[in-house]
Write a protein that binds this ligand. Structure first.
Ligand SMILES: [Zn+2]
Ligand SMILES: [Zn+2]
Length: 335
């Protein structure tokens, strides 16, 4: 295809300011990168945290977006793993050094020199983007559209969080029923788990959605579930949910925090952690997480519920996410 010299992009010039629509030069891949024509890019809560200045030191000006589904249209000279025409997904983890003590211990998600798509590297709120070949995942053809985008973060982080709990866990609570939860519930039910969905108070639409997707129970997060839970995963960025979830899980159960940012956690009495309950967070992803999840997704098959916006509606999409109005996952679709 003929690659234009300039492309439309939505740019974050400074935190706490709306994104600005600009025409900017189309990026050129270096020898290890590919140029990708963005088909769709998901809008993640992390984008809000970056835009609001809650995550330190973003690249500025910045193109947000780390849930990219697109097509390879040009290869750098050393690219051997991908071909033009390949449908790929680009996740949050955009680069690791392979040399630091974390990379050497198979914890590349904690790499000291990592690059993050849509945070320290330009992302997908644009018509084109570049990405390192080793950090692109091949996507099944069924995901070569808006439905594939949310798999790249909401799906992946949910999957990594889910893998942090005991394989034997059967009754799993999910706190915050948005993009990540609506994907994870499909994988968990495929593996014969029972899901208990907690939403904000009065969010009957999300509760209904959870039940439609097969949750055995849905209620708001002030309610107690009908059964003790074996494990809990918190996606809502609300610190007060930590003691609540610890309270809801049984002896030996884990509470996993899947978000990158959370409000302060209120102090709590030791007895809700006692009896070998565990509390942990999940940070970023490894390429192995991506490969396992994107192999599993078409087998389930995971279907995502998306609310579509155009590229130029990116600010509107962020606002809808902020106010909790998005049903499923918000996705920008390029024309
Ligand atoms: Zn490293
Ligand atoms: Zn994300």
């Amino acid at each position: 295809m003929k690659i234009p010299d300039a492309m439309n992009a939505m740019i974050l010039e400074a935190p706490k300011k709306p994104l600005v629509h600009k025409e900017v030069p189309t990026p050129s891949p270096n020898e290890e990168q590919v140029l990708i024509k963005v088909i769709a890019c998901g809008v993640c809560r992390t984008d809000l945290h970056i835009a609001d200045g809650e995550l330190a030191k973003p690249k500025l000006p910045l193109i947000l977006g780390h849930e990219i589904a697109g097509m390879v249209v040009k290869k750098g000279s050393s690219v051997t793993q991908l071909e033009t025409g390949d449908i790929v997904g680009v996740p949050w983890l955009g680069y690791t050094c392979g040399k630091c003590r974390y990379c050497l211990r198979n914890k590349e998600n904690l790499c000291e020199n990592a690059g993050f798509t849509g945070y320290t590297i330009d992302g997908g709120y644009a018509e084109f983007t570049v990405a390192y070949q080793q950090y692109c995942f091949k996507l099944d053809a069924m995901y070569a559209n808006a439905s594939g985008a949310p798999l790249l973060c909401a799906g992946l982080i949910g999957f990594r969080s889910y893998n942090m709990i005991d394989k034997e866990a059967e009754k799993i609570g999910i706190y915050g029923f948005g993009a990540a939860a609506h994907i994870l519930i499909q994988v968990a039910i495929y593996e014969a788990k029972k899901i208990y969905a907690f939403t904000r108070e009065g969010d009957y639409a999300a509760q209904k959605f959870a039940l439609q997707l097969g949750a055995v129970w849905a209620g708001d997060s002030t309610q107690s579930p009908p059964d003790k839970l074996d494990a809990a995963i918190i996606f809502a960025p609300v610190g007060a949910l930590v003691p609540k979830a610890l309270h809801d899980v049984d002896k030996g159960g884990a509470v996993v925090c899947g978000g990158i940012h959370m409000s302060d956690i209120p102090s709590f009495s030791y007895d809700i952690l006692w009896e070998e309950r565990m509390l942990r967070s999940v940070a970023n992803l490894t390429r192995k997480d991506g490969e396992s999840f994107l192999h599993l997704a078409p087998l389930v098959p995971v279907k995502t519920e998306t609310q579509l916006f155009t590229l130029l509606q990116a600010n509107e999409a962020l606002e809808s996410l902020r106010s909790g109005k998005v049903h499923g996952a918000a996705v920008l679709v390029m024309e």
